[in-house]
Design a binder for this molecule. Structure first.
Ligand code: ATP
Ligand code: MG
Length: 438
């Protein structure tokens, strides 16, 4: 449901002016990049970022979230939940950096002491004090605060024999002060945020998710740019029970869903389709034909779930199926844009991201998504669309697509109260075919 927005600030209307806040509760200051705030988009993006913060922090007691200018202040209702709140904020796309602010009484002496508590333990040679006064009822101007606190800190630092100077242009440490209604806020330690654009701002896409490292990382990059992904996974049953790749695919979606709050995983049985290709098509073209079938089936799912593009984890030249010619020959069947965010990255970079986002261990689990006996000994490196289309003439492509679609099961995921909930997979409705994928 769209939120009502306040016209002036561009924020959802349920952010109310502060009346009373607890002095001791921690406040998380959340900064965003200004880049995406130009012009008329401001209200839309800020609303989405606010929603994302609120959804991420669901279940944690929050007094309120305010926006006194170009940042959000998340006032926690319970100091004990600070660490958990920080773990959640860390994953919100659109956040450039965040900080935990130290609250201080609304008078200069208390403010100076809080500023000292904040920067005293840090090592630096130059510093500056920056104050922002969104509450004009405070007796001192921003400049008065900066110079009074700056003088106090300098005196304390010199008193300790530290060789420290004020440097207004390029300080190593900036002691930031926020004058908002309620306690004054002081912070100096910035924590880098997840970056990117706020979740669900760029439109819908459908990701071909294998169990490997690459496609989960590709998904992460696209979600980071604000797109909302649904996932399609083609699975083989594996030679022995428990060898199927389904648990890996759902583990990967579980890891990605906190970034975008909801996701669907479409699970398509692929054994039967592969067997037909193995039987009736030239051996060296198998993988390329698998990929074209995957693209065709995924497009049908994407269209029905109102996606505008597909996402894959291909990286140029990584394996035989990812030479330029082969990628072009595969894409010849696509009618939607196919995005490959990893196309120019090395495997080492991909693995580093997989470790960072927590998909590495899941993708390392043993599984079969594509039975190894089906893989060609010497795959084609320079396929062409014409050659693949000719090979497909020997197959019942519409029949195979229908077979894949009829076998689809869908698993829905939601991230609420800091937990990922996965529903039991359900089948598509009786009698559904390639023309009716929900
Ligand atoms: P890795 O290369 O780390 O084993 P990968 O995900 O890149 O994993 P590839 O065999 O290189 O796997 O496949 C290239 C791309 O094709 C994948 O990134 C993915 O987008 C898509 N793909 C491959 N296999 C599947 C599958 N079983 N289900 C869905 N998509 C798949
Ligand atoms: Mg790969």
């Amino acid at each position: 449901m769209p939120l009502p927005y306040d016209r002036r600030s561009g924020l959802p209307a349920d952010i109310l002016p502060v009346t009373q806040t607890h002095m001791s509760n921690p406040v998380i200051v959340v900064h965003y990049h200004e880049l995406w705030l130009k012009g008329g988009n401001r209200r839309f993006f800020l609303g989405k970022l606010f929603t994302a913060l609120r959804q991420s922090l669901q279940g944690i007691s929050i007094e309120r979230i305010e926006q006194p200018g170009d940042r959000f202040l998340v006032r926690l209702g319970d100091a004990a939940l600070l660490d958990e709140a920080l773990r959640r904020v860390e994953r919100v796309f659109g956040v450039a950096y965040y900080a935990v602010a130290r609250p201080a009484e609304r008078e200069m002496e208390a403010l100076c002491r809080a500023a000292w508590d904040e920067i005293g333990p840090l090592a630096f040679a130059t510093f500056a004090v920056r104050a922002k006064r969104s509450d004009k009822t405070f007796a001192h101007s921003a400049m008065e605060i900066e110079s009074a606190v700056g003088r106090y800190l300098l005196q304390k630092l010199h008193g300790q024999g530290r060789d420290v100077r004020v440097h207004l242009k390029h300080p190593e440490v900036t002691c930031r002060i926020e004058v908002t209604p309620g306690p004054l806020l002081v912070y100096a330690q910035k924590i880098p945020g997840a970056g990117g654009l706020p979740p669900n701002t760029a439109g819908r896409m459908t990701c071909l998710l294998s169990g490997g490292f690459d496609s989960a990382v590709a998904a992460y990059h696209m979600i980071k740019r604000g797109s909302h992904l649904n996932f399609v996974h083609f699975y083989g049953t594996g030679a022995r029970p428990g060898e199927s790749s389904l648990h890996v695919a759902s583990g990967l979606v579980r890891t990605l869903v906190p970034y975008q709050f909801r996701a669907k995983l479409y699970r398509v049985p692929f054994d039967g389709i592969q067997r037909e290709i193995v039987r009736y098509a030239p051996e060296k073209l198998r993988v390329l034909l698998y990929r074209r079938m995957m693209l065709k089936i995924t497009e049908l799912i994407a269209r029905r779930s109102r996606s505008l593009a597909l996402v894959t984890g291909d990286s140029l030249g990584q394996v035989a199926s990812q030479t330029l010619r082969n990628l072009a020959a595969i894409d010849a069947v696509a009618t939607m844009p196919v995005f490959r965010p990893l196309i120019g990255t090395d495997k080492t970079e991909i693995l580093a991201t997989a470790r960072k986002i927590g998909t590495y261990d899941i993708s390392s689990e043993p599984f079969h998504d594509c039975c190894p006996v089906f893989l060609p000994r010497s795959p084609e490196l320079y396929g062409s669309a014409k050659q693949l289309a000719e090979a497909e003439n020997g197959l019942d492509v519409p029949g195979l697509i229908d077979q894949g679609i009829r076998g689809i099961t869908v698993q829905r995921f939601a991230y609420t109260d800091g937990q990922v909930h996965a529903a039991e997979p359900t089948g598509l409705r009786e009698g559904q075919s390639s023309t009716a994928v929900a």
